[in-house]
Design a protein around this ligand. Structure first.
Ligand code: CS2
Length: 473
């Protein structure tokens, strides 16, 4: 029997349930990108606020791509469970915050209406680094077909910009208040990027909206953190055994979660602090520490770990060679590149990250992290390399990781996925081992805007790549 509002009385007693009346809540949030991360993070904080009596923050969840999430959550009336796993312990909680599910490609008009709805006060999004349609120069890439279609006016909107542009224009015309738009993806200065990219889109499609958006909307930056492995069939079976109902939308995650948000809202917001969210004047120190230390280490674990044929994060971090590289990367390379927030002890932060990576019960696949590397590496590694090289500091661990990524690009990227996979693989074919490093991080390489390596470092990278080839054969 499937989890839903009707079957809820049959759920096993040990599951922690929402204490608020779900049917009495209006929807105050539209979330775009209803994947596992949102369900384990922002939806949980919102559920905490509603449990504490903060009403009318129900979430309309939007899938920007396929209908799979609607098939999982629709028949369950938006209900799903979150299981926190640490060693042999796990705790299951039922989340009731998601009230409606929309699939943008099927009914973009309904998504626009939901965002334009006067009850909506906040739009959050987790659409991954690729969802922002950025080109190499960091601006909108109008060569991307979906974005090109949204820029060409009257076709149904396909990207976040098309959806927001239409809805914001409706809000302006109907005299509704502005919105707080919160990008919850791992981009540096994510609020600033969101504002700039949306501004660029509006300037191209309806510049008369710009002043209204500037005056009435806000794009706070935010640091979001929780490790959320993709759910497997085995996880779903286990949940069915543990709660007595089938939950196709169940989530597995770690006990840890963190959310730091710039305190800049266009209107009301949920009391997310009930769940531990911090509202601060400047998110940048938290965001850059997380991107360069946690995510930087994660991507390094992914490529170094896959090169040694590991499958999971906990296996890679248990390998002594990889572990010492990761420690070096975090403590000697990333940490000194940061200006930490007051009270943030970066060495203790590194310790806590190592403990989180070692969580065996999470079964976090390296391949999940290795995906979309071209979109992740600039803010995770190249900024650190740029800052440290300028100071004359060597970053041997990041160079090892970069060499592992470049080797990975030759054959594995197509299978794992990256929006730049065709370009990167074509470069490999044209340039071979001797030219690929220059083509990527040389003075006129693809990533030169973020970091351009000296001839000496490029030589070292080429040498390091050779050792990965030897390991692989
Ligand atoms: C990971 C992140 O998949 C990845 O690239 O590095 O999703 C990571 O697990 C989260 O940012 C943790 O907050």
């Amino acid at each position: 029997m499937r989890l839903s509002s009707a079957t809820l009385p049959r759920i096993f007693g040990s599951v922690v349930k929402p204490r608020y009346d779900r049917n009495a809540q209006r929807c105050g949030i539209v979330h775009i990108g209803l994947g596992a991360f949102h369900r384990a993070h922002q939806a949980v904080y919102t559920d905490d606020a509603m449990n504490d009596g903060d009403c009318d923050w129900g979430i309309v969840g939007v899938s920007l791509r396929g209908a799979a999430v609607e098939a999982q959550m629709g028949p369950q009336d938006g209900l799903y469970t979150v299981r926190e796993r640490q060693d042999n312990e796990s705790h299951i909680r039922l989340i009731g915050a998601v009230r409606r599910i929309l699939v943008a490609p099927q009914d973009p008009g309904a998504v626009v209406r939901a965002i334009a709805e006067p009850d909506t006060k906040i739009v959050t999004c987790t659409i991954t680094e690729t969802g922002y349609c950025r080109g190499r120069d960091g601006r909108l890439d109008s060569a991307l077909p979906d974005l090109a279609s949204d820029l060409a006016a009257d076709t149904p909107p396909k990207t976040i910009y098309g959806l927001l542009g239409r809805a914001l224009s409706q809000r302006k015309n109907s005299g509704s208040p502005g919105l707080t738009l919160i990008c919850c993806d791992n981009l540096a200065d994510n609020g600033g990027q969101m504002a700039a990219l949306l501004g660029e889109f509006i300037r191209a499609t309806g510049p008369e909206l710009l002043a209204w958006v500037d005056d009435h909307c806000r794009c706070p930056s935010t640091m979001v953190d929780r490790i959320v492995p993709a759910t497997t069939d085995a996880d779903r079976e286990q949940t069915a055994r543990d709660i007595g109902l089938r939950d196709e939308a169940t989530i597995n995650t770690e006990p840890f979660r963190q959310w730091v948000i710039e305190d800049s809202f266009a209107g009301p917001r949920p009391r997310w602090e009930i769940g531990g969210a911090q509202f601060v004047h400047d998110v940048a120190p938290f965001e850059t520490a997380k991107l360069r230390m946690l995510n930087g280490a994660h991507s390094a674990l992914a490529y170094l770990g896959l090169a040694r044929r590991y499958e999971f994060v906990h296996q890679a971090i248990a390998d002594p060679t990889i572990r010492s590289l990761i420690e070096h990367l975090m403590r000697q390379e990333a940490a000194p590149s940061l200006q930490p927030a007051a009270g943030l002890d970066l060495d203790a932060y590194a310790d806590s990250l190592l403990a989180r990576f070692a969580n065996k019960s999470l079964q976090h696949r390296l391949a999940q992290i290795a995906m979309d590397g071209s979109q992740k590496i600039p803010q995770r590694w190249l900024e650190t390399l740029q800052i440290q090289n300028k100071k004359g500091q060597d970053c041997p661990a990041l160079l090892q990781a970069l060499a592992a990524w470049i080797v990975f690009l030759r054959a594995e990227v197509a299978q794992i996925g990256d929006p730049m996979a065709p370009t990167l693989m074509a470069l490999w074919r044209q340039q071979g081992t001797l030219g690929i490093v220059d083509a990527l991080v040389g003075p006129s390489g693809i990533f030169a805007r973020h970091w351009s390596a000296s001839p000496e470092i490029r030589q070292r990278l080429t040498k390091m790549m050779t050792s990965f080839f030897m390991n692989a054969t």
